[in-house]
Design a binder for this molecule. Sequence first.
Ligand SMILES: Nc1ncnc2c1ncn2[C@@H]1O[C@H](COP(=O)(O)OP(=O)(O)O)[C@@H](O)[C@H]1O
Ligand SMILES: [Mg+2]
Length: 237
Amino acid sequence: MPGIFITGTNTDVGKTYIGVLLAKQLTALGITVIPRKPIESGCQRSNDELIPADATALQQAATYTGDLAEICPFRFEPPISPVRAAHLANRILTTEQLVSICLTGSEQGFLLVEGAGGFYSPLSEDGLNADLATALQLPVLLVANDSLGAINHVLLSVEAIKLRGLSLMGVVLNAIDDNTPADMDNAADLRQLLDCPVFSQNYNAVDTSALAEGLIEYVLAVSDMPQPVYAAKSNKK
Ligand SMILES: Nc1ncnc2c1ncn2[C@@H]1O[C@H](COP(=O)(O)OP(=O)(O)O)[C@@H](O)[C@H]1O
Ligand SMILES: [Mg+2]
């Protein structure tokens, strides 16, 4: 099954931002993207409904025709760990239930799953993000905030991903603000330390195609799917 599990070095590092970019580009290539964010906390209440912002963004990016409930059935209001939020709502959710949400209806497309928090953040009563990724056996894309300290966060997360025997698709260093010190170059430093691709995403980048094209070529190669045909720029390679 082609797909990807998007995890992060933390919450608020850009998992959804990168997932949206990826979903848009894959969709533009004619690939059916099946987004899944099986559990989401910090949902806004609108009348009687809890609105999951991440799941909604992924749904729109993928122009997913299915119901939002297929993407994210487990929604909680407090902006805290989803497991704690579930407890407060008297819900007990298992990794098996999350796996089932991810897989149901995913047969005919590219499964794009976003966890919550980081790789070792709790995600269900009996498991971490790592356990869902392991159960799904999807290649992992690790997103990190491209700030001072990122190298440590990335290496710790990479070690954890490898300990699970998962395929690490790559690392995205994502600038979520414009405070990047001028002489810092985490991407160059990490390329010396890692054997997987390291991608960079600038803050508020106007042209996001470079990241997406490089990433997508790699995503499709790892997933054993046909490579996209881009205009002049990529054909020159
Ligand atoms: N490259 C970027 N440029 C500008 N804003 C970004 C970028 N990456 C993330 N953000 C913003 O940072 C915040 C956190 O990103 P988000 O994707 O929600 O993180 P996560 O899914 O890891 O919790 C969001 O408001 C998002 O729009
Ligand atoms: Mg998110």
